[in-house]
Ligand binder design. Structure first.
Ligand code: FNR
Length: 432
């Protein structure tokens, strides 16, 4: 992609304009505001609340965007470069562009077989997809869609250590390029958009496919079912909502619908998931065990404080992702771009530092790289592409961001990623 003389930016523009001659337009809008508005129209209220919603008053999401607005790119002229190289080496893989797809759970709220479509969209662009631990398709099935394109696996630290090991073994077996441990979701944040409609996808069995496909998890579920068989039955109020929830759990559980309907397993799986998926007591002592538990590169996601970044690298991890989980955990938390600046300052140039939360455009990627990110992760934008046009929507959103990054580099005089340095930015004089 990066080695063609036209580069991905011109190639994408030319494709769109050529199609336009025949009256055809792109599958998804090429600007984020229209993409978001159209995705909202295409989504159910529960789907939209979960994907677009944030913690509390939504201030962290706004902080994420405001932080990008506070910096301006100062393009340089007459640089004479006709080609750009967007490629990089990241944890042992050569990537065509500094973009990965972030782990996003419960994607089936936006489209059926969400994670398979996302996997294909990532592979179409040759960029890694980080499989969510709360995905809607088993990670092995997603890997099978990706050919040689790198795939990483994200893990929430369960209270069951056997389950942690089982997930790690599965990541190794499918050839993951890295194990990403997310630190910021030991509990769910206070999310009013979901709370106001009483909606949690997991309680309907959506987003637990990594668990119901896991041998250790299903062992725990069966133990619980056996233990409950002897105990007095809990009576459940039968409402329309309860019936819908039961049907959703039944549909989302592996196996035939008919057999699931008669089995206590689907409900037990949901309850077990809610009980054990995450460990609120997660500490550096847990993380210290990772080095003996896997040979995969280890990446810690959700770092915001420079001291946590330093501690992470001291503990031997291979990379960190500076992230506030897209503003979904703590309201009025520091913008991830602001955190990146302090983190890079603390850890120096060498360690691998990625960024997510608030990346919407190619110009944002440029700004993040100029502040010292090695690469970025896209989250909601590709989910909105998925909502509008499935696999093609994901493919186009990612291609558009990479295209705009390439054009921003071309028009600013940056021939490669190493030349996207801090001195290409100024504090935006137009924003006070
Ligand atoms: C997420 N994110 C997330 N992170 C993670 O490590 N595991 C997960 O399962 C999820 N699930 C999830 C669901 C939804 C609907 C969203 C929007 C996000 C966080 C994700 O990886 C990333 O940090 C954010 O999406 C980045 O913020 P923006 O750029 O999407 O606003």
């Amino acid at each position: 992609m990066s080695t063609t003389s036209r580069g991905p930016g011109r190639a994408r523009q030319e494709k769109i304009y050529r199609e336009g001659v025949f009256g055809r337009v792109p599958a998804v809008p090429t600007d984020f505001a229209t993409l978001e508005a159209r995705a909202q129209k295409a989504s159910t209220p529960t789907g939209w609340a979960y994907v677009a919603g944030g913690a509390g008053e939504g201030r962290t999401m706004r902080n994420n965007r405001a932080a990008f607005d506070r910096w301006a790119i100062v393009p340089r002229m007459a640089h004479g470069n006709t080609t750009r190289d967007l490629s990089l080496d990241l944890l042992g893989s050569h990537l065509p562009a500094p973009v990965l797809l972030a782990p996003v759970g419960a994607g089936a709220l936006m489209a059926e077989d969400s994670d398979l479509k996302i996997a294909r969209g990532a592979a179409a662009n040759g960029v890694p997809y980080v499989f969510s631990n709360q995905g809607c398709n088993p990670m092995e099935d997603c890997a099978a869609e990706m050919g040689d394109t790198p795939r990483w696996v994200q893990l929430y630290w369960s209270t069951d250590e056997g389950l942690v090991d089982s997930m790690i073994q599965r990541a190794e077996a499918l050839g993951a390029g890295a194990l990403v441990v997310t630190l910021d979701t030991t509990l769910l944040g206070w999310r009013p958009m979901d709370l106001n409609i009483g909606s949690l996808p997991f309680s309907r069995g959506q987003g637990i496919a990594q668990y119901t496909s896991d041998p250790r998890f299903m062992e725990i579920v069966r133990e619980r079912v056996a233990a409950a068989a002897g105990a007095a039955k809990e009576s459940t109020e039968v409402t329309l909502g309860a019936i819908r929830t039961l049907l959703s759990m039944t549909r989302n559980h592996p196996g035939s619908f008919g057999a699931n309907l008669r089995s206590p397993e689907p409900r037990a799986a949901v309850e077990t998931f809610l009980d054990i998926y995450s460990n609120p007591g997660l500490s550096w002592d847990h993380l210290a065990t990772l080095r003996e538990r896997t040979k995969l590169p280890v990446v810690l996601k959700g770092i915001l404080h420079p001291d946590d970044a330093t501690r992470a690298f001291d503990s031997g991890v291979d990379a960190i992702i500076v992230s506030n989980h897209g503003g979904r955990q703590v309201d009025n938390a520091i913008a991830s771009l602001d955190a990146l600046i302090a983190v890079r300052e603390a850890v120096g140039d060498e360690p691998t530092v990625l960024l997510d939360s608030g990346i919407r455009t190619g110009a944002d990627v440029f700004t993040a790289l100029a502040h010292g990110a090695d690469a970025v992760l896209l989250g909601r934008p590709y989910m909105y592409g998925l909502a509008l046009a499935g696999e093609r929507g994901v493919t186009e959103v990612v291609a558009n961001v990479i295209a705009e990054l390439d054009l921003t580099m071309a028009l600013s005089g940056a021939a490669d990623l190493a030349s996207i340095t801090r001195d290409r930015l100024v504090e935006n004089p137009s924003v006070r």
